[in-house]
Design a protein around this ligand. Sequence first.
Ligand code: NAD
Length: 283
Amino acid sequence: MQDTRTRTVRVGLIGAGIQASRSPALHRAEAVAHGLALAYDLFDLDGIDGGAAALQRLLQTAAGEGYAGLNITHPCKQQVLDHLDELSAEAEALGAVNTVLFRDGWRVGHNTDWWGFAENMRRGLPGAALHQVLLLGAGGAGVAVAHALMMLGTERLLVCDLDHARAGRLASGLSARFPARTIVVADAPAVATVDGIVHATPTGMADHPGLPLDPDCLDPRQWLAEIVYFPLETALLREARRRGLRTLDGGGMAVFQAAGAFRLFTGMEPDAERMLRHFRSMG
Ligand code: NAD
């Protein structure tokens, strides 16, 4: 870890189309609150020669220039595994990394996405029944959410993805790690029997408008957690609220994964509530 009393902690984000990312502002504000000098740079693959193929070069340059670490986002969360020396247990289990630390020439991959979702659930939907849950979306985020649900105690998880093979891979990987739980692939969004629903597909973003399920199937005794956060209020979230469900937007997951990364980068304990307030104040 860098000597944070005397040096600027340099960190950044590698990903495609990341100009609107809130991560720089979140990390910088939290650093200021800790009296820490921190620089957060964006390495947007859309504007870099070679695109995602430049990943290895970017990691090498950042490590050489003394960065403490980097956040990694779409489309590199899996690809980055090929360029690391070591993985945390969770990153290895999930096969995805969103935070890389540089330590003495060693590159260590971590995953704070799953913790971000779990923390958002704990704080945002306290007391929610988690026995049976429907997960829509088995992509990179869906895998992290599924792991978080297991850690939160979900006994029966239904996984639904338009790509059935992908849902099947998530279910078999999770069953191997949590053999006492039941993880089932659902062909369609089977809402009737579950306590709650997590939405982890891109549906509802500006370039993927619409709803991932028929909202008339939703029951006010259920809860719905959204992970899309551009926009913060998706059509699904609005429909669920209108029908009286307890709901959670995707902003908290984004903030708490950043809090986890801040802790790793700096060795300091972030004030996650302060980071959440800052995020909400950004509009
Ligand atoms: P991804 O492309 O890896 O996976 C998306 C999956 O959704 C795919 O497997 C696809 O087949 C499936 N899908 C698409 N439409 C569907 C539908 N109508 N029904 C069922 N399955 C459907 O994407 P990802 O990285 O998993 O990200 C998903 C969303 O989560 C994105 O909008 C992303 O911005 C958001 N996200 C939020 C956070 C956060 O911190 N809040 C973190 C990561 C990702």
